[in-house]
Ligand binder design. Structure first.
Ligand code: IPM
Ligand code: MG
Length: 367
């Protein structure tokens, strides 16, 4: 196949880990006979420095012409002021919205080697294999927001949270379709005892699941209870579906089950067939941030980005065999002890970012 992919390395360790993602993608292309036409563009802090905005028009144009986007990370101390008019995060939120990437998939699986890195007791982690499907273009993130003055001379601020039936239906369908390929269980997370958006969420979810996915088990859970159960009995979860902000918070919590943030990939998907192509537009990125403290040292773990490349192959290009080849190569690299400091055992010499990327690329084989 021939696919066009835009790389957005971004800030901090972004460029280092994206370089390794690209290396693995090239290895896949070579061995499986595909052409991946790679382009690169600016996003986040580096874009602010170069052209004064976190999401330049040129970047958006390139992404729109692509089959998929591979992103590193945005942000850093230089652009950290939350009151600044231009901020790196605007690049991320802007691209999600502009490309219609409403479904954010964040899988949490655990290599046995990482059990020791998790703050949880090993027996709690047995069998953890869950995926959070977070709604990504609605809710409080994108509602009207603003400031007012109060009669006493103080200030007030507001952020509106809105969800429509159509927005809920499409994310629930994405989650249930995934569950069908897994353990056929969906946990829908809301705050229906307090929020009106959550009450709509719950009734739409119940209807869609009953009418379209009778073979998939549905449970509803309040978000505070979910935060607790993720720690108490994480292996009970299969697919969790939830709104934008709950998903943001729960996925940081869930990432700790896996020990290192350096291992977790993510996929943000648009509607299938949205572009009139056979591919599904998606943006793929590690869930970790730009880690400015270790940037440029060659010690960042590239596996989350490389696993994001596997998700790209699977969800945007429909290349399941190739996706598995990458995941297997990652697994073998870990087994062979070629890992960065964040997951290396105390008696092991840590490998560099490029060592790990090269080792995975070398292990990509046509199975
Ligand atoms: C995430 C991040 C972003 C979000 C920030 C950087 C805007 O926390 O992808 O989870 O809140 O969505
Ligand atoms: Mg977050």
């Amino acid at each position: 196949m021939h696919a066009v992919i835009t790389a957005l390395p971004g800030d901090g360790i972004g460029p280092e880990v994206v370089a390794e993602g690209r290396r693995v993608l090239e290895a896949v292309g070579e061995r499986f006979g595909h052409t991946f036409d790679m382009r690169e563009a600016l996003i986040g802090g580096c874009a602010i420095d170069a052209v004064g905005t976190a999401l330049p028009d040129e970047t958006l144009r390139l992404c729109r012409e692509s089959d998929a986007v591979l992103l590193g990370a945005v942000g850093g101390p230089k652009w950290d002021n939350p009151d600044a008019p231009v901020r790196p995060e605007q690049g991320l939120l802007g691209i999600r919205k502009a490309l219609g990437l409403f479904a954010n998939l964040r899988p949490v699986t655990l290599h046995p080697r990482l059990i020791a890195a998790s703050p949880l007791r090993p027996e709690r982690l047995q069998g953890v294999d869950l995926i959070v499907v977070r709604e990504l273009t609605g809710g409080i993130y994108f509602g009207e927001k603003g400031r007012d003055t109060t009669p006493d001379g103080g200030e007030s601020a507001y952020d509106e949270c809105v969800y429509t039936t159509a927005e809920i239906e499409r994310i629930v369908r994405t989650a249930a379709t995934l569950a069908r390929q897994r353990r056929k269980k969906v946990t829908s997370v809301d705050k229906a005892n307090v929020l009106e958006t959550s009450r709509l969420w719950r009734s739409v979810t119940t209807r869609v699941m009953r009418d379209e996915f009778p073979d998939v088990h549905l449970e509803h859970m309040l978000v505070d209870a979910c935060a607790m159960h993720l720690i108490r009995r994480p292996s009970d979860f299969d697919v969790i579906v939830t709104e934008n902000m709950f998903g943001d918070i729960l996925t940081d919590e869930a990432s700790m089950l896996a020990g290192s943030m350096g291992m977790l990939p993510s996929a943000s998907l648009g509607a299938p067939g949205d572009t009139g192509r056979t591919t599904r537009m998606g943006l793929y990125e590690p869930i970790h941030g730009s880690a400015p403290d270790i940037a440029g040292k060659g010690i960042a773990n590239p596996l989350a980005t490389i696993l994001s490349v596997a998700l790209l192959l699977r969800h945007s290009l429909g290349l399941e065999r190739e996706a598995r080849a990458v995941e297997t190569a990652v697994w073998r690299t870990i087994e062979d002890g070629i890992v960065t400091a964040d997951i290396a055992a105390p008696d092991e010499r840590p490998a560099t970012t490029t060592d790990v990327g090269a080792a995975v690329a070398a292990r990509v084989i046509v199975g």
